[in-house]
Design a protein around this ligand. Structure first.
Ligand code: NAI
Length: 401
């Protein structure tokens, strides 16, 4: 019988036929969703001999929701995800007109999905500008609710700008000229701590031996520097037995997690020069934005980069590829479904169906290693021929079971 996943005592309880909502999405969304659904259903069948099955249920958002219901993000979609805890989401067109804010930002904010999680890992067959791409295997935890992304901004030459500037002049003596746009960068203790906590817990659960706190605390002391300090508080107060600093352990962490701390600009050098030094990266929103795209470029780009937006404390997770709707290739059988397949693989691991997740991962890896790739990768790997979305999906399905 189909049943909902529940969250009790900090654990997801998953029935054999869990109801999992999906949003097919706009642009290439329906094509990569269709491919992913086939791969997930086949992998689950293969892993559990038909004893388990995902009961997919569709929710609407984006252009299709707008056409069918008049709303870009119907209330039922938000409550559907909140009620069922985990969901798979395709890319959504950001409406340009009418002052509607990004649907993705709204979803993350309404569901308080505070950690954006992006694994980046190279495997044979993926193009990379690095000489040793096999050293790249990291998971980025990017804070998802604060920083300059929170949307507290006023334009230059505006009455809101004038009001804010005069408040700043009166309260702090700060002189800003009328041609200055102003954005506020909030970084709070509770949001920083829960993000670092989630990263450390992940490292513990997945046996990752290093966590790096990335910040620009040398310059922005009360925001980025505070993120670093609060992060260290979590390490020392909540993970004292499981995590250590380099100094505290003289470079001998044993089976404890080694926690490092890097200034963001040095980190960009490090991921090129010493990518094997970093396994789990915890950082503020803007640093995480740049860092995840830079790392994705090292392992084949956005066509293969999965992601998740999580709230560990409430058991919620929205799994989605990093890429957008790719309107330039939509409906042409050109899209790479790997990023969405890997997002579904993350979802399967989260609900404890690791065997099915392993099957998808292995089938995609063997397909790519055999030189069967879509155009986004074929253009960068010598001697490969590009196949379409459907042919790629058939090749993956042929390697399951
Ligand atoms: P995009 O990621 O859609 O496309 C950038 C480039 O990458 C394009 O050349 C595209 O063809 C290519 N590409 C993307 N995914 C691919 C895949 N799976 N296989 C092969 N090639 C792929 O980014 P863009 O053009 O900036 O945004 C297009 C629309 O998507 C906008 O409306 C934007 O707001 C939305 N968007 C939505 C996101 C989401 O829902 N999570 C994330 C990013 C953008």
């Amino acid at each position: 019988m189909n049943a909902s996943i529940t969250f009790e005592d900090g654990q997801l309880r998953v029935p054999d036929r869990p109801i999992v909502p999906f949003i097919a999405g706009d642009g290439i969304g329906p094509e990569v969703w269709d491919a992913t659904r086939q791969a997930v259903d086949a992998a689950v069948r293969d892993a559990y001999d038909g004893q388990r099955e995902i009961a997919w249920t569709e929710l609407l958002a984006g252009e299709r929701a707008h056409q069918e219901t008049g709303s870009w993000l119907p209330d039922e979609t938000l409550t559907g995800i909140a009620d069922h805890l985990v969901a798979l989401k395709g890319p959504l067109t950001t409406p340009v007109a009418g002052g509607i804010r990004s649907l993705n930002v709204t979803l993350r904010r309404e569901l308080d999905l505070y950690a954006n999680v992006r694994p980046v890992r190279w495997f044979p067959g993926l193009p990379s500008p690095l000489r040793h791409p096999e050293q790249v295997s990291a998971v980025i935890f990017r804070e998802n609710t604060e920083d300059v992304y929170a949307g507290y901004e006023v334009p230059a030459h505006s009455s809101e700008g004038d009001t804010l500037r005069s408040m700043l002049r009166e309260a702090f003596g700060w002189e800003l000229t009328a041609d200055t746009g102003i954005g506020i960068k909030p970084v709070s203790e509770h949001a920083s701590k829960r993000l670092v906590r989630a990263a450390l817990r992940y490292a513990q659960e997945r046996q990752r031996s290093r966590v790096t706190l990335v910040h620009k605390g040398n310059i922005m002391k009360y925001t980025e520097g505070a993120f670093r300090d609060w992060g260290w508080e979590v390490v020392r107060e909540e993970f004292a037995d499981q995590a250590v600093t380099w100094e505290d352990c003289d470079g001998e962490p044993g089976d404890r997690i080694l926690v490092l701390d890097r200034i963001a600009d040095a980190m960009f050098q490090d991921i090129l020069l010493n990518p094997d030094q970093h396994q789990v990266i915890a950082t503020t929103n803007l640093n995480g934005d740049y860092l995840s795209d830079a790392l994705a470029a090292q392992i084949g780009g956005i066509g293969v980069s999965p992601g998740a937006n999580l709230n560990d404390e409430e058991g919620r997770g929205l799994y989605e590829a990093v890429h957008g709707t790719a309107p330039d290739i939509a409906g042409q059988d050109l899209a790479n479904p790997t990023a969405t397949m890997f997002s579904a693989e993350m979802l399967l691991r989260r609900i404890g169906w690791g065997e099915a997740a392993d099957i998808i991962e292995s089938a995609v890896e063997r397909t790519v290693a055999a030189g069967v790739v879509t155009g986004d990768l074929a253009a960068r790997v010598q001697g490969t021929r590009a196949v379409g979305t459907r042919e790629f999906t058939d090749a993956v399905l042929g390697r399951i079971g």
